[in-house]
Design a protein around this ligand. Structure first.
Ligand code: ARG
Length: 462
């Protein structure tokens, strides 16, 4: 294994040491960021006269060639990506390659690479969130009048609509977008030029490299610049949170696509079969998302544990912050795309949902509300309605089928209008408080969600 530091050593590195510490294969994920960062540094070294203009141009030309060649031409028998780029650069431009690391170390370089990489990844992440949100809005609009049971404790509680339920997931995604967007701002500061931990006596221009790389500004403290990994922890947390919410959507799809619910059939393009049971269409993608949320949480915990108690200054422990970052970002992105695919291609059985609302006593509250609205204290109304529900259960009828006689049996002051309230359509139609599933409230919510998704970025939360 070739390294940048072997010169002062007399003994060869033990094979196991090499294997245990080498990171070049994982580092290749951000080879481009490493090259781009080096171009900015080389240009700044020339502009400030730290190296000659000719030397700077040679370095930049060599680095641009590496960029064009792609990662295949980079040597892999090296310690890390920084070594790979420098070794290849020497093959192209000769000994002047040795000047590239003037006033820079791998410690500020790795932090620069990771921040650049994360920034680009988050922008892709934000795009995918918007796409999934758009699909949720169009599904919600299509199904805004399709009744389904609303659950608490996984027990039917009150009738809602499929559109209303889907919009709940829309707002969760808006919060994930908000967090991700904030992180693009929080992490977009340049460590480059911090050097090993304490800057340099060379007259470097950190503003120049920061600007060229698209950062907001250089990080003001060189020790902080090389020590901080909180942006990686934030990204892992962001992924974990997003995966947790996607796992909840997935769990609903698993339940709803079972024969017991029968609310949805997932498309064959996103389900798998059984090698033994020909009738099976298994919701494996939803299950994998649900399961891999555990992986995303684990990655967050792993890095948080590694960082806890680390003294400031570069520590090799932090080399291992990158593989979980790559894994969580990719996993979360795939999960967003798969959720999109499952929803977009699903066949919704709105008749079954409507049927599930029938006879589930979930309009009982509407009757209690109506009595309360006429001045009966809610607690008393609740008791009368509870008596009425029991009466219906004992008589083997649903609330929808109850007659005036049934109603009067338990609630003497009930009237004809109360009977209508027991119909689920009426129950939803009347619930128009802000954020409710009634048609008027849903019209407002759909308008709001559309405005939010059309707005640039994720700044709006309501
Ligand atoms: N591979 C290292 C990492 O990912 C790069 C920085 C190495 N610096 C050092 N002083 N050993 O953290």
């Amino acid at each position: 294994m070739r390294t940048l530091w072997g010169a002062g050593f007399e003994e060869d590195t033990n094979q196991l040491v090499a294997r245990f510490s080498q990171s070049v294969h994982s580092d290749l994920t951000f080879w481009q960021e490493d090259v781009i960062g080096s171009v900015a540094h080389a240009r700044m070294l020339g502009d400030t006269g730290i190296i000659s203009r000719e030397e700077s141009n040679l370095l930049i030309k060599g680095l641009e060639q590496i960029h064009e060649e792609g990662p295949d031409r980079l040597p892999k028998d090296v310690e890390d990506i920084h070594t790979a780029v420098e070794v290849r650069l020497r093959e192209i431009v000769g000994d002047v390659a040795g000047k590239l690391n003037t006033a820079r170390s791998r410690n500020d370089q790795i932090a620069t690479d990771t921040r650049l990489f994360l920034h680009n990844e988050l922008l892709r992440h934000l795009d995918l969130l918007k796409k999934l949100q758009r699909t949720l809005i169009s599904l919600a609009d299509k199904h805004k009048d399709d009744l389904m049971p609303g659950y608490t404790h996984t027990q039917r509680a009150q009738p809602v609509t499929l559109g209303f339920h889907l919009l709940a997931h829309f707002w969760a995604l808006q919060r994930h977008g908000y967090r991700a967007e904030r992180l693009t701002l929080l992490a977009n500061f340049s460590p480059l030029g911090a050097n090993v931990l304490a800057g340099t006596s060379f007259p470097i221009n950190r503003d120049q490299t920061s600007d060229e790389l698209g950062f907001t500004a250089p990080i003001p403290n060189a020790l902080d610049a090389t020590s901080d990994r909180s942006y990686i922890l934030d990204a892992l947390h962001l992924c974990a949170q997003t995966m947790i919410d996607l796992s909840r959507l997935s769990q609903e799809l698993v339940l709803w696509s079972s024969r017991e619910y029968g609310f949805v059939t997932l498309s064959e393009s996103v389900t798998t079969g059984s090698s033994v049971l020909p009738q099976k269409r298994n919701p494996d993608m939803a299950e994998l998302i649900r399961g891999r949320a555990g992986k995303a949480i684990g990655n967050y915990v792993a890095l948080a544990t590694a960082l806890k108690g680390l003294p400031l200054g570069y520590n090799r422990d932090t080399q291992d912050d990158k593989p979980p970052l790559f894994e969580s970002l990719k996993l979360t992105r795939d999960a967003i795309r798969l959720s999109h695919l499952m929803l977009e291609t699903a066949n919704w059985h709105t008749d079954r949902m409507r049927e599930a609302v029938r006879g589930d006593f979930s309009t009982a509250t509407d009757l209690a509300d109506a009595l309360a609205a006429r001045g009966v204290p809610f607690r008393e109304a609740f008791e009368q309605v509870a008596k009425f529900v029991r009466h219906c259960e004992e008589s083997g009828i649903s609330l929808e089928d109850a007659t005036m006689a049934d109603l009067h049996h338990c609630i003497p002051e009930a009237n004809e209008a109360d009977l209508v309230l027991l119909q689920p359509e009426e129950s939803v139609r009347r619930r128009n408080s802000f954020g409710a599933p009634g048609p008027e409230a849903m019209r407002i919510q759909l308008e709001r969600a559309t405005a939010v998704v059309e707005a640039e970025g994720f700044a709006e939360l309501a």
